[in-house]
Design a protein around this ligand. Structure first.
Ligand SMILES: [Mg+2]
Length: 102
């Protein structure tokens, strides 16, 4: 199976998406985090929203928006030539003093 960073790069190519700068990727990640917040608020319920027909109050919607955040954070890493999946694995290894991939 391909690594997550490779899949994201392929996704960008297939969809012919514009490559963001680091700042733009972080802004998009923040925008996606706002969508996470929207779903969390809708899951709590009791709020009057401007467009109730667009309601996304499911755990599936929450998971999708969290995945969007993850992708944009990964893309931010790509913009500086870094594979954040590898970096995270290395940091956990360092902090846990154990190779968790074995
Ligand atoms: Mg989204």
């Amino acid at each position: 199976m391909k690594k997550l960073s490779e899949l994201i790069k392929a996704y960008y190519q297939i969809r012919e998406l514009k490559e963001p700068t680091t700042t733009e990727a972080i802004l998009w990640a923040t925008s996606e985090l706002g969508e996470v917040c929207d779903v969390l608020l809708e899951l709590r319920g009791g709020w009057t929203r401007n467009h109730p027909e667009d309601k996304r109050d499911t755990v599936d919607a929450l998971v999708e928006e969290l995945a969007d955040v993850l992708m944009m954070v990964m893309v931010a890493g790509h913009t500086i030539g870094s594979d954040l999946e590898e970096v995270l694995i290395a940091r956990m290894k360092e902090k846990a003093r154990a190779d968790l991939t074995e």
